[in-house]
Write a protein of this length. Structure first.
Length: 187
């Protein structure tokens, strides 16, 4: 009998919406696999290569693109991010669930190749709340903040217009949002 294919779950949402926290907690609680993206962005303090990201330089990234090594890739704020294809294929063939936490541009590329994946959009309770959270992170300059807010608003509009993200999880309460994502991941 053919082995059951694993489930692919794509989680997207604007910066500052809490998607990384929700994703990490959902992974810890459900034990499903999380894809490690490659990126050309430099590591932030405390980020270890191979954990949240594989940090590579632009020539290495371009070589992977040329070798068809990415399931999807995108330019986010001038840095390249991509999902290595092989680990996703292997996980799904082994019947394992895998989560990709990627931006909407990437999510739409995945939808074109794997329309049966589960697409979850994490949304803020309101735009004002998103702005408050982005400011609160304190990691961006005023200029970066304005760019991130603009991208956040556009990203939400594109995701909604695409019809790909059929599930929206409102991050009004972290625990409630994590539980909802866990149910979607294992369901
Ligand atoms: P950060 O640099 O703050 O970790 O991530 C910036 C953005 O890039 C986030 O929206 C994140 O979801 C997205 N991202 C991370 N990895 C990937 C990836 O492999 N592909 C795409 N398309 N976006 C990614």
């Amino acid at each position: 009998m053919e082995k059951r294919q694993g489930k692919l779950v794509v989680i997207s949402g604007p910066a500052g919406v809490g998607k990384s926290t929700i994703t990490r907690q959902a992974v810890a609680r459900t034990g499903v696999a999380l894809s490690v993206s490659a990126t050309t962005r430099p590591p932030r303090p405390g980020e270890v290569d191979g954990q949240a990201y594989r940090f590579i330089d632009r020539p290495a990234f371009d070589a992977l693109v040329a070798a068809d090594g990415f399931l999807e890739y995108a330019d986010v704020f001038g840095q390249c991010y991509g999902t290595p294809a092989a680990p996703v294929r292997q996980a799904l063939e082994a019947g394992r669930t895998m989560i990709l936490e990627i931006d909407v541009q990437g999510g739409l590329q995945v939808a074109a190749k794997m329309p049966d994946a589960t697409f979850i959009l994490i949304v803020p309770p309101s735009e004002a709340e998103l702005e408050r959270r982005l400011v609160g992170r304190g990691t961006e300059t005023a200029d970066q903040l304005a760019r991130r807010l603009g991208k956040a608003t556009r990203e939400l509009a594109i995701a909604r217009d695409s019809g790909v993200y059929k599930i929206e999880v409102v991050n009004d309460d972290l625990e409630r949002a994590v539980e909802e994502v866990c149910r979607l991941v294992i369901g």
